[in-house]
Design a protein. Structure first.
Length: 149
């Protein structure tokens, strides 16, 4: 019986510590949607505590259509990310992780040239994933996670 009581007590203390940690880090903070548009099944970004999760951003041009080569689309996608990040009260330097979805792996070198110049230093951790296709005929989509320091 003593062993059972000890196990329950230890688990209770661990749980209490986890709750205290979450409360002190803001993990229980209410999520805040950024740029949710009625009719869309997603928000452009969600703030949870000190973390910003930005939905995949494509590179529409000034007319709102996704067009141009991979260089133009990458530059526009990163500009769209910057707009969402700053609207949420974060900075580009807060970005810690990026996921790049790309339809043609042959476009990676050209995409990287833009990414290197347009993304902040230090460069975020990144995954690059080849996909069969993207909505609107886009060649690239980038999602990021930012954390306020």
């Amino acid at each position: 019986m003593n062993t059972l009581y000890s196990l329950v007590l230890k688990r209770g203390l661990i749980l209490a510590g986890a709750v205290a940690l979450c409360a002190s880090t803001g993990a229980f903070a209410q999520n805040k949607a950024i740029d949710f548009k009625q009719g869309n099944p997603f928000s452009e970004a969600v703030v949870a505590g000190n973390t910003l999760y930005v939905a995949g951003q494509q590179g529409p041009d000034a007319t709102g259509k996704v067009a141009g080569d991979i260089t133009a689309q990458t530059r526009n996608a990163i500009a769209a990310i910057k707009k969402v990040v700053e609207k949420a009260g974060f900075k580009m330097s807060d970005i810690v992780s990026a996921t790049v979805y790309i339809t043609d792996l042959n476009d990676v070198p050209a995409m990287n040239k833009v990414y290197i110049t347009d993304m902040p230093d230090p460069k975020p951790a990144r995954a690059t994933v080849k996909v069969a296709g993207l909505i609107g005929g886009a060649r690239i989509e980038i999602s990021v996670v930012a954390v306020k320091h």
